[in-house]
Design a protein around this ligand. Structure first.
Ligand code: MLT
Length: 315
């Protein structure tokens, strides 16, 4: 008997390799530009839905997809998915593990260097005709302390790269063993406060959970050195953005670099500040990472569909 060809709805832009790998094996629908309502309508007869971090798969949206068997996240973290409800519905959850680690870690180091050497500020001044050589000094990474919040895959890679630059690395992560930290040459802190007080750069690599939401607020920002920089390439809601704006305006910290925001795109208040570098959630957006993500996801979806007996004949 001919089986039904599975329908895969792709809610956020993916590398074309994903479509090449699944061509002839599934009915693929791109839903990049649709608003959430139109997107949800398409899920009516979907077997698989693929999202990056923009689309929300809350209970209400999942309820619009009675046939749904697989939710595939092109990236890490499932904070935009109602995981409890999906599990209750028996839906398989997939993500792409290590595929974006290098891309996010390299962006983090790039942002740290850009802050330390004031690259974007000097670029802006030069383009306004200001040859500011005498006031353009920065600081070096070597010998400075980097405080990493969240020593998972990306945090660990950032630690390795930072150590190549001669930085001392400390980390706060209640779920990581002392042995793992030691292997990475990282000193594990029991208290976030200690990391914040000691660090010249603080970089966030935690997942967004109830525990980490708003973890960096006014109290934490005030514990940081006035010469310190904050980098966030993880999730915007881990930082209280209102408090961060006040910290940057008031000089509680020297500067920040953000790739992620409480709301995306972010409020214009951040854009008005000189001592902040903003990028549009492009941590995982390298050619290499997007191809890896496309390949890993296509392979995992095929395996998952085979396991649940949903792979049919070619359309
Ligand atoms: C991730 O979770 O890996 C990324 O934030 C996904 C994205 O680039 O949207």
């Amino acid at each position: 008997m001919m089986k039904r060809v599975p329908k895969i709805v792709v809610g956020d832009p993916l590398d074309e390799m994903f479509f090449r790998l699944l061509r002839g094996k599934a009915f693929l629908v791109k839903a990049y530009e649709l608003d959430q309502g139109e997107f949800a309508k398409l899920l009516k007869d979907a077997d698989v839905v693929v999202v990056r971090s923009r689309r929300r798969l809350d209970r209400c949206t999942i309820d619009r997809a009675p046939r749904l068997k697989v939710i595939a996240r092109a990236g890490v973290g499932l904070d935009n998915v109602d995981v409890d409800y999906a599990v209750k519905r028996g839906i398989t959850l997939l993500s792409t593990g290590d595929a974006s680690t290098e891309a996010v870690a390299e962006l983090t180091i790039g942002l740290m260097i850009a802050l330390a050497r004031r690259i974007t500020e000097l670029d802006r001044k030069m383009k306004r005709g200001n040859w500011c050589k005498n006031s353009g000094a920065g600081v070096e990474l070597r010998g400075k302390t980097l405080g990493i919040i969240g020593l998972g895959r990306i945090g660990s890679r950032v630690a390795e790269l930072a150590r190549v630059f001669g930085m001392r690395v400390v980390a706060y992560d209640p779920y990581v063993s002392r042995e793992k930290a030691e292997r990475l040459g990282v000193e594990l802190k029991q208290r976030l406060e200690d990391l914040l007080r000691e660090s010249d750069f603080v970089s966030i690599h935690a997942v967004l959970t109830e525990e980490t939401e708003g973890m960096i607020g006014e109290r934490e920002l005030r514990l940081m050195k006035p010469t310190a920089y904050l980098v966030n390439t993880a999730r915007g809601a881990i930082v209280d953005e209102e408090a961060l704006v006040r910290a940057l305006e008031g000089g509680w910290i020297a500067g920040a670099a953000l790739d992620v925001y409480e709301r995306e795109p972010p409020s214009s208040r951040l854009a008005g500040l000189e001592n902040v570098i903003l990028t549009p959630h492009v941590g995982a957006s390298t050619v290499e990472a997007q191809k890896r993500i496309a390949r890993v996801l296509a392979e995992k979806i095929l395996v998952a569909l085979e396991n649940i007996g949903e792979m049919g004949e070619s359309p």
